[in-house]
Design a protein around this ligand. Structure first.
Ligand code: IPE
Ligand code: IPE
Ligand code: MG
Length: 260
């Protein structure tokens, strides 16, 4: 064990006792956290001879439909990957179109979310966002804070590795050094509590995580769809959930040992 671990009384045993997910069974009545990497907007548009920005607009429309479908299907937390920190590398006009769509979504949909009990939160960095988008996020979070039907978390300027790194730097200086306190700090740097993912869906045909929820998805079930995000509909989400409910989640234990 390193000197650092010894100094901070952070033993491997303590860690392993606390690391198992405390929720996330495949029972239909349990809280269910679904995370989606909404990929394929650009290809969807290009196949139609349209600019990539048209794909992003269609993708934003699909967010509206799928959020409602998630509520109907009993999802309790939905985390959507809207813009990764690596997406800043895209051409300025594409970044601008994405940011504009995000601000518009928050402005137009917040009143409906209030009515429908949908609580909005943004995860990721905020210091590089335009002030008007930051303000729109804060306004949406404040207006929807009482929502209990669905916790809708939108990942914007999000990098899981960066969040973990920043949390680790703060953790190093923390007075309480256990697993729970690390997760608390990770939640603080991401602007919303870390929350185990049950089902992680990626559309667009790629089978990778692209720096999304690396900590929270430790025991997530993975589901890859060849459909581009604008064409992934409520029935496709229902099919992904059916597939998820048929799986046996073991968390490293033997079959049947985990309550469901
Ligand atoms: C996902 O669609 C949206 C974002 C990454 C912001 P893409 O824009 O990545 O679409 P493809 O993968 O190029 O088709
Ligand atoms: C992941 O998609 C990010 C979002 C969906 C917001 P990308 O299209 O950016 O990922 P890569 O580049 O294919 O890994
Ligand atoms: Mg992509």
């Amino acid at each position: 064990m390193s000197t650092l671990y010894a100094e901070k009384s952070f033993t491997l045993q303590q860690h392993s006792e606390q690391r198992l997910p405390v929720h996330g069974t495949s029972s239909r009545s349990s809280p269910l956290h679904v995370a989606i990497i909404m990929d394929g907007n650009g290809r969807w548009a290009q196949r139609r001879g349209q600019p990539r920005s048209a794909g992003h607009a269609a993708g934003a429309g699909n967010v509206r439909r799928l959020v409602r479908a998630a509520v109907e299907l009993g999802v309790s937390t939905l985390t959507l990957y809207a813009f990764s920190s690596d997406n800043w590398q895209r051409p300025a006009h594409e970044v601008h179109a994405l940011m504009r769509l995000m601000a518009e979504f928050l402005r137009v949909d917040t009143p409906d979310c209030v009515r429908e009990g949908i609580r909005i939160a943004a995860i990721g960095r905020r210091d590089r966002l335009a002030p008007h988008l930051r303000a729109a996020i804060e306004a949406a979070e404040a207006a929807t804070a009482e929502g209990t039907k669905l916790h809708l978390r939108i990942a914007v300027d999000y990098s899981s590795r960066e969040a973990i790194y920043r949390a680790a730097c703060r953790f190093y200086k923390a007075t309480r050094v256990d697993h729970a306190s690390f997760e608390e700090i990770l939640g603080e740097v991401s602007h919303a509590p870390a929350c185990n993912v049950d089902l992680l869906i990626r559309t667009g045909g790629e089978q990778r995580l692209s720096d999304f929820l690396l900590w929270e998805a430790a025991y997530a079930e993975l589901y890859f769809s060849p459909l581009m995000w604008p064409e992934f509909n409520a029935e496709d989400l229902a099919a992904a959930l059916e597939d998820f409910h048929a799986r046996d989640r073991r968390y490293g234990a033997l079959p049947g040992a985990v309550a469901s």
